[in-house]
Design a protein around this ligand. Structure first.
Ligand code: JQB
Length: 235
């Protein structure tokens, strides 16, 4: 999978070299490249923002650098190959909420482009114009306000990247975890069996794999009912 990120903070994405995705990047399964939006400006000050039409607080990102940056990354791709159309994702507090289901869909695509806004966001025409050349999605990490798209994109790349075959060592760990079955995960324990007076639930030491599986499922359902009842089907 090819991932291009357009941002005014490309160094922010250097941290991907030391994350879980590092191995996949070395083997070529995942090719992530960060591009500096300011490289697509033409003025001495490498200006990417301007005051909003209609007034109001803050600044808005100018459309021209975005147009040129997206021309460049959408033009690259893999020529001649039957790769699926690129998806361009703009993180935005006004987007649809990012979910595990969305991560799974995006993990099946060949080319993702992330556009990281800053300030009060990007000129609306950038979304309209890009939608004529690619599949565009406005996606929100959750219902809180960040200062820009970079942190959201980092989270999305991690969630998507680990679903690409060969990125996470054990494919079973992908299906057993939170959200893949619509429930929160069960509590986990390791050695020692007693720690600071706290015992591991005896069932986990019983060797009865059927009973352990049932206990874990009960824990998942109980935990989900307690903290995330919105994830359960209505009574
Ligand atoms: C600028 C962002 C998020 C991208 C995600 C999430 O856009 C704004 N509007 C009002 C106030 C502040 C901003 C700042 N901002 C680009 C940008 C915020 C994403 C963002 C996000 N994904 N919250 N905020 N869940």
């Amino acid at each position: 999978m090819r991932i291009d990120v357009v941002t005014i903070f490309p160094e922010f994405f250097d941290v991907l070299d030391i994350s879980l995705l590092g191995r996949a990047r070395q083997t070529g399964i995942l090719d992530v490249r960060a591009h500096n939006l300011r490289d697509f400006t033409h003025d001495r000050h490498r200006t990417v923002d301007d005051t909003p039409y209609g007034g109001g607080a803050g600044m808005v990102m100018k459309p021209e650098p975005w147009g040129e940056a997206l021309d460049a990354v959408l033009g690259e791709g893999k020529p001649g190959e039957l790769a699926s159309a690129p998806v361009v994702i703009f993180p935005s507090p006004a987007g649809t909420v990012f979910t595990q289901k969305m991560a799974r869909e995006l993990a099946g695509r060949e080319h993702l482009v992330f556009g990281c806004g800053r300030y009060e966001g990007i000129d609306q025409r950038v979304f309209e114009h890009t939608a004529e050349r690619a599949e565009v999605r406005l996606v929100s990490l959750g219902d809180y306000v960040l200062n820009g798209g970079e942190v959201a994109v980092m989270a999305m790349i991690e969630a998507i990247g680990r679903l690409i075959p060969g990125v996470v060592g054990n494919p079973e760990s992908l299906v057993e975890e939170s959200h893949e079955d619509g429930l929160l995960e069960y509590p986990s324990y390791t050695k020692p069996a007693t720690w600071r007076g706290l015992e591991v639930p005896p069932i986990l030491l019983s060797g009865n794999h059927g009973a352990i599986e049932r206990w874990r499922h009960e824990q998942q359902v109980e935990r989900t009912r307690r903290v995330r009842p919105d994830l359960l089907p209505p009574e």
